[in-house]
Design a protein around this ligand. Structure first.
Ligand SMILES: Cc1cc2nc3c(=O)[nH]c(=O)nc-3n(C[C@H](O)[C@H](O)[C@H](O)COP(=O)(O)OP(=O)(O)OC[C@H]3O[C@@H](n4cnc5c(N)ncnc54)[C@H](O)[C@@H]3O)c2cc1C
Length: 478
């Protein structure tokens, strides 16, 4: 098998998977009125591989093999940079929404390669062989993959064993000669309604008593017992004029329930090795936060562009406070871009030659982005004005009773009529308010780990000895 066409990808989703939307089972995700938008969005991945303008960035040709660049196991800092560029280009074409149907899965696959080798060394297991076979299966069949890491977690202050019930973290409930049976639920799982495979990883470090929760595996999404309860958030139909970004772009999240799901041994990548659960969780996050900062770049670019556009249309481009806010936005976005590139450039290989982005720089980039995101929104919304949430609908411009009046009264600087200004305003509104803007805002704070998780990694990854020693030397201390 080589690269799939967009249609082959769409057809592969008609596989009897168990998806629920607002209490109803979904017979076919590709024709469901809401989920089909997510399918359409994900097709972008396959379209880019066919389009001469993006093909070179989207694929890798090695010998006679041709495969999606997402599957390229990073063997240099240049591979990391190209991966980042591909993620950025796809998200830009996706109108600021990441595609994610291969990005997150390959993040997990890279981490699995690294951790499986260490587990094999300690336990004489054959996890690496299993991971490699699964990786080839996905790469050679050009599959899409979701990753379910985040457990529902119950009481956040408690580990798996001291929760009100034993299933707040996904666990092994039976070990058989041919595989394991898994029970539990993961939350916020992106794209599951429209991917082929699902990788499950531990969400945190585990102790000896938690061995049944130290669990990693991969299954086809249509595996019996997997129930996907899709979130209806952002599911209302939208006109292109009112919501130019999100009218045809969507990502679905599910609560992913494992109702005693059988997983054969060749798909199990960790089953009780509690001492590696933390390394697995963090190993994935190391790659995934780099994916995150790469896909944030079109979003921060769109924020600067929105501020420039609205300042111009409103006739305030020369105002001192506007210049001040624009400089803030440019510094915000370009600091993110510089840190993202630097995370790749500072990347290092493990003993097998697999490169990972620099953890300190990646987490600084993600924290910088997330910590300042709401201030960025504040500046853009301030420049745009209140019509972000009070403007008329597309039908009002079409109505002869109101259309010309709105064109006249909602205009901006000379030459800008009310329809043009409303169209621009609606793009900024879609980006920064409403369900799509709200989705971006929560995604900024929580996706790929919350702010505190990033701070923890910054403090862990920073080598404080160097600066401490320098301060001691300056102070004349021994
Ligand atoms: C749109 C979106 C898409 C996502 N996609 C995926 C995906 O595809 N796959 C996936 O696995 N995950 C995904 N995530 C999950 C994301 O990684 C989590 O949201 C994130 O890890 C936070 O987890 P949580 O939502 O359970 O919040 P919580 O962990 O409950 O965090 C809420 C607050 O509690 C604090 N907190 C948590 N535990 C403790 C503690 N022990 N002590 C003190 N404070 C604590 C946190 O710091 C935070 O302030 C997605 C999230 C979003 C919003």
């Amino acid at each position: 098998m080589g690269l799939r066409t967009p249609q082959q990808y769409v057809d592969s989703l008609k596989d009897g998977r168990s998806v629920y939307y607002r209490g109803e089972p979904v017979a076919d995700v590709t024709t469901h009125p809401v989920i089909k938008k997510a399918v359409h969005h994900a097709c972008l991945d396959y379209e880019m591989a066919e389009d001469p303008a993006t093909r070179e960035l989207s694929i890798v040709q090695e010998g006679g093999d041709v495969y999606s660049r997402y599957y390229k196991i990073p063997a240099s800092t240049d591979d990391l940079l190209k991966r980042s560029q591909l993620i950025e280009a796809a998200t830009a074409l996706g109108k600021t929404l990441v595609v994610l149907v291969k990005e997150i899965g390959t993040d997990a696959l890279f981490a699995l390669h690294r951790v499986a080798r260490d587990m094999d060394r300690k336990y004489e297991s054959d996890y690496l062989q299993r991971v490699q076979a699964f990786y080839r299966h996905c790469r050679d069949n050009d599959l899409t993959i979701s990753v379910a890491q985040t457990d529902v977690k119950g009481d956040r202050s408690q580990g798996p064993l001291t929760q009100p019930h034993p299933d707040y973290y996904t666990r092994i409930v039976e070990r058989r000669a041919d595989g394991i049976v898994v029970r539990g639920a993961k939350i916020h799982t992106s794209c599951t309604t429209n991917t082929n495979e699902l990788i499950v990883l531990p969400t945190r470090a585990m102790s000896e008593g938690d061995a049944d929760y130290a669990l990693a595996f991969a299954i086809p999404v249509n595996t019996p017992g997997v129930k996907l309860v899709a979130s209806p958030y952002g599911g209302a139909p939208k006109a292109e004029f009112d919501a130019p970004l999100s009218a045809d772009r969507k990502m679905m999240e599910t609560i992913t329930i494992f109702d005693d799901v059988f997983v054969p041994w060749d798909r199990v990548f960790m089953a009780g090795e509690h001492d590696f659960a933390g390394a697995m969780a963090l190993g994935f996050v190391e790659y995934h936060r780099f994916t995150a900062v790469s896909y944030k770049l079109p979003l921060v670019d769109a924020l600067i562009g929105s501020a420039l556009l609205m300042a111009d249309l409103n006739g305030i481009a020369r105002a001192a406070h506007v210049r001040d806010k624009l400089i803030w936005l440019i510094s915000y976005a370009e600091t993110l871009r510089a840190l993202t590139d630097m995370a790749a450039i500072r990347g290092r290989a493990d003993e097998a030659g697999i490169y990972a982005p620099d953890a300190l720089t990646t987490n600084m980039a993600k924290y910088h982005f997330a910590h300042n995101y709401h201030e960025a929104l504040q500046h853009v919304q301030d420049i745009a004005g209140g019509m972000l949430v009070t403007g008329p609908g597309v039908e009002d411009f079409a109505n002869p009773d109101t259309g010309d009046l709105l064109r006249k009264y909602l205009g901006g600087r000379a030459g800008i009529d009310g329809e043009l200004r409303t169209r621009a305003m609606n793009m900024v509104s879609d980006l920064t308010t409403g369900d799509f803007g709200g989705y971006h805002a929560v995604l900024a704070i929580h996706a790929e780990g919350s702010l505190e998780a990033e701070k923890l990694m910054i403090s862990r990854a920073y080598d404080s000895r160097r600066t401490l020693e320098y301060a001691k030397k300056l102070a004349g201390l021994a």
